[in-house]
Ligand binder design. Structure first.
Ligand SMILES: Cc1ncc(CO)c(N)n1
Ligand SMILES: Cc1ncsc1CCO
Length: 223
């Protein structure tokens, strides 16, 4: 079995939780409240900037030139999606620049981004790549499965189209190939750490949607 098949199987219960959780089920059905989607879009704009930084940092550490280019392309792609959120979605869902500026990253968003940037900075390159893979793969799986059931006048069609697209699929396939190539040449210590990073990132994907659904920010102490 390839490393990536192994990683998906090892995280089956998390992947199943992501597929069936309220945020993704209601997103698929088109019944997710606009207020919840708004919160998610704001947080995702914050996330995509941090994700792009982690991709660019990991790109710089690749030993093969094509891998530098692929990871840097994805950093560029993540910023392109972030610009789309700012330029189109925020207007469509009634998020003013002032409202965005007044909303800091949530605890879940900051935790995920901090994890990815820390991994990119100090983990072995193979482990940093494994940490980045769920960001691609889970979104593609979720986007595809919603795409296959979505009604024609779906309120979140543009979101679905982004992650079910052939362009995104090519980026996902590139990351899967890179991860499997690295794992095939890695020793068992590195492979174990790659599994750990993949699992932790998958958990962060679940937590990110769970947090948006609960409209969770930063809890403050009561006086
Ligand atoms: C939280 C999160 N993970 C992954 C993606 C897809 O890149 C995204 N837009 N947001
Ligand atoms: C992973 C990812 N998420 C949004 S854009 C992007 C890179 C696509 O090339």
């Amino acid at each position: 079995m390839s490393f990536t098949d192994e990683a998906w199987t090892a995280t089956a219960s998390l992947q199943n939780a992501i597929r069936t959780m309220p945020f993704t089920s209601e997103l698929a059905a088109g019944t997710l409240s606009a207020a919840t989607f708004r919160e998610y879009i704001i947080q995702d704009a914050h996330y995509l900037e941090g994700f792009a930084r982690a991709l660019a940092m990991t790109a710089a550490r690749a030993s093969e030139a094509p891998d530098i280019a692929r990871l840097a392309d994805s950093a560029n792609g993540a910023i392109a999606v972030e610009r789309q959120l700012h330029g189109d979605y925020m207007i469509r869902f009634g998020i003013s620049p002032e409202a965005f500026a007044a909303t800091p990253p949530s605890r879940a968003c900051d935790h995920y981004v901090a994890f990815l940037i820390r991994s990119a900075a100090i983990d072995p390159f193979q482990v940093a790549v494994a940490a980045l893979l769920p960001c691609f793969w889970i979104y593609h799986r979720v986007g595809q499965s919603i795409h296959s059931v979505a009604a024609a006048d779906h309120p979140y069609q543009a979101w679905i189209d982004t992650y079910a697209s052939e362009d995104f699929e090519a980026a996902v396939q590139g990351m899967l190939n890179l991860t499997d190539r690295l794992a095939a040449h890695a020793n068992s210590t590195i492979r174990t750490a790659m599994h750990g990073a993949f699992t932790r990132s998958s958990w962060h994907e679940w937590m990110f949607w769970d947090s948006a659904y609960r409209l969770a920010g930063w809890e403050e102490p009561f006086s």
